[in-house]
Design a protein. Sequence first.
Length: 101
Amino acid sequence: MVEVALNVRGDEQLTVDNTAGGVALTRPTGFRPRHAFIAVTNAEIRWSASTAPTATLGIPVVAGAYIDWTDPLTDFTNLITNARFIRTGGTSAILEVTYFD
């Protein structure tokens, strides 16, 4: 098996509220990340990359869980670009995101 190192290229903290259509990730300027690791804190969210998520539509992720788009053999650029996030309840979630090339 070939080992491939991922290089950290940036971080962000994103508030996920109930914005219609969901909230997008804010990629680092001047860089198109191919990988991301996302920690979901303090509130449940839903996300989708193919349709606008709602409080009842999209992939649910509970507070304290992770979204892991770091498989070094897969390019997640389009997923990172198209993914939208929305909270499911009355409390906004915080996403802690690290981007890699």
